[in-house]
Design a protein around this ligand. Structure first.
Ligand code: AHG
Ligand code: MN
Ligand code: MN
Ligand code: MN
Length: 335
């Protein structure tokens, strides 16, 4: 049958998207086109990333974004590339981005979809040639097509995502996405300019032996986090932390592990952004059989209240996230 065909060798992303359109019997093909637009922008950002050291596009841009972070040149370039791809395609009515202060209303009232994006994840790793990424979430607008967009279209909980994914610009470039029917990964073949299916139907191991957390902030962790990380050490787990969420997530997804970004005194709600980072990865991990929590509840059920809202994030292998959650709650009830 057609979907088995998709798992044979040499299947390009385009062909896969087309085959998978049958998952949506009444689909008009707009979501498929949108995914193709994202893949094209990813190829362009991949090109920029690869030559950043030569093209004088490394280093700081000289401005601070709304998150209070110093923007890198590649943050700005990646943002422009994705904005262009998403606005030219015609399927999108609004975009929210880590690098934009406010909602970008494309004034395209016939567009069905809203996109939330972290155009370049892992900025601090650009200039040292370490893996970076892009993270995206796609929502269907809530207001009727033809009407102006409203906050209701933008402030949707993650459980409303129709698709989500990431691009990893790593030792090879990969695009991993879900439309709610499992998770599939594609590897970029540079010389052909195509993404090929390389990781069909990714399953997150239920258990793992990797924990990923910025250990330099230990003094700022709650007792629950301290105990959980201590329990990882008692079990002689491996500590792995790249500092690019996409790369840390991807490794743990394939190998089994947990990524933690808890609340700290500098960032009382954690550092990662609900709309641009946590939601997409939460959708992917659940689709792969893993789990994503803010310590108390499912990430996907959080009702966003502001655009750049941050959230603590505990994500990865199901049993590891369960254990972390239990430890956090156990200490919280003592206080
Ligand atoms: P971004 O580069 O999009 O701003 O994201 C940075 C994030 C994430 O990629 C990473 O996991 C985390 O920041 C690292 O933070 P610390 O340096 O505080 O560990
Ligand atoms: Mn940033
Ligand atoms: Mn990021
Ligand atoms: Mn970013």
């Amino acid at each position: 049958d057609q979907s088995n065909l998709a798992y044979s060798v040499g299947v390009t992303l385009d062909r896969f998207i087309k085959l998978k359109q049958s998952d949506f019997p009444f689909a008009s093909g707009e979501l498929s086109q949108l995914l193709r637009d994202i893949a094209l922008a990813a190829k362009i950002v991949n090109r920029e990333t690869n030559r950043a050291g030569l093209a004088n596009i490394g280093g700081a841009f000289g401005q601070t974004n709304i998150q209070g972070e110093e923007q890198q040149k590649l943050d700005v370039i990646a943002n422009i590339r994705f904005m262009r791809a998403l606005s030219k395609g015609g399927e999108v009515c609004a975009i929210v981005s880590e690098e934009e202060d406010a909602v970008i209303d494309l004034q395209n009232n016939s567009g069905k979809y809203v996109v939330a994006i972290d155009p370049l994840d892992g900025s601090s790793n650009i200039d040292v040639n370490i893996s970076i990424g892009t993270i995206f979430s796609i929502y269907r607008r809530k207001t009727p097509i033809g009407s102006p967009i409203t906050a209701e279209d933008i402030m949707q909980p993650g459980n409303q995502q129709v698709a989500a994914g990431y691009v990893l610009y790593g030792s090879s470039t990969m695009l991993v996405y879900t439309t709610g029917f499992g998770v599939n990964g594609f590897t970029y073949e540079n010389s052909l300019g195509e993404f090929f299916l390389s990781h069909p139907d990714i399953q997150a191991p239920k258990n793992g032996t990797i924990y990923s957390i910025n250990e330099g902030l230990e003094m700022e962790w709650s007792s629950g986090i301290k105990s959980y990380v201590f329990s990882c050490k008692e079990k002689r787990f491996q500590s792995r932390y790249i500092g690019s969420l996409v790369a840390d997530f991807h490794r743990n997804l394939l190998k089994g592990g947990i990524y933690l970004y808890p609340a700290t005194s500098k960032n009382p709600s954690g550092k990662l952004r609900l709309l641009y980072e946590a939601n997409a990865l939460a959708f992917l991990i659940e689709q792969a059989g893993g789990k994503a929590s803010d310590g108390k509840q499912r990430i996907l059920d959080i009702q966003p209240e502001s655009l750049h809202q941050r959230t603590p994030l505990f994500i990865g292998s199901q049993n590891m996230v369960d254990d972390a959650e239990q430890m956090i709650q156990c200490f919280e009830s003592e206080i």
